[in-house]
Design a protein around this ligand. Sequence first.
Ligand code: UDP
Length: 366
Amino acid sequence: MYHASTEEQTLSAYDPYITDQQRNEIQETAAGLTDLRVAHVNTTASGGGVAEMLHGVVPLANDLNVDTDWLVMEASEDFFDVTKAMHNGLQGERSELTEEMCELYRSVTVRNAESLEESYDVLILHDPQTLGMVPTVAERFPETALVWRCHIDLTDATPAYLEFAQSHMEPIDSAVFTLPEYGESISGVEKVSIYPAIDPLTEKNCPLEELTGEAAEAANVESYPFDATRPLMTQISRFDPWKDPQGVIETYQTVTESVPEAQLALVGAMPEGIRVFRELEDVAEDDDDVHLLTNLPDAGINVLQREADVVLQKSFREGFALTVSEHCGNGRRSSGRTSVASLCRSTMERTAIWSIRATSLRPPTG
Ligand code: UDP
């Protein structure tokens, strides 16, 4: 495992976004934790919602004197093929979990657990990719409190994958889910829910006027291949079938029947989603108003979230959906055009509601 690096951050930088009472609560909570050494473990230092969140949370915890590390597992591509299948199986895809897959998963996770050099008081393991570390860590560091933070919606998990996840729960002290119902099928562990949230200070979320230099250039809407004066639809998400980019294109095509000047920007990162990207390329080639934008800097995401007339998040399943929060937090158009709308499918609606609440940086009231 290696240590991910993060930018420094202070709680006082968030003063414009929080009340005195909230600041006091954060400080009081942190004051009770300052004698602990904490580490988060995940599989990537960039890309996707978990890394996005850790870049905010880890420096903030350190500013509050809670000594917090971020460790990233090391693994080869075939491990990620297996964990992708696990992720999909836990989200509801009906596929087989073979003994060979379990064996590969075990060998990589055990190797990473054995490479853990120091003892922590609390280890927060993110998502199913890290779960296999549990038996080895529990044996090597019996005093360490283990937390599993699951960012997936397990409500329709394929039984074999659910059983596999469940088989790691015994040594875990606490499991954290985005919504209580996402974790209902897991038993034998204390469960907590924490809503997703975004960081208002990052280039992805801050007001455009605060951007300078290259970020300000990336936030210039004129520099993009679409026509900024015409209606724009967008989806900002990994190129992944669960995010339903083909469905986004179909939605756009339906819209063009009544709004022929509409355009679509599908925004995602590469090379992770190259296979899905290639399929989308075929569609984009036939339509000059479909734009595939890859590896945009954060300021580019920011301006698209604000400028688009419609922001879609058409996922079949979301455990997290930071993009919805980013849109709701950022998407206030300065012009007089129609206000933006998030089009969320049935399962997404719950997530969207929590995300909107989280964006306000206040605890949900209902
Ligand atoms: N994202 C990005 N560039 C892209 C696509 C997505 O920076 O081209 C970010 C997006 O802004 C969000 C995160 O990746 O912060 C995705 O988190 P989300 O919870 O929406 O989905 P996940 O990828 O974790 O399933």
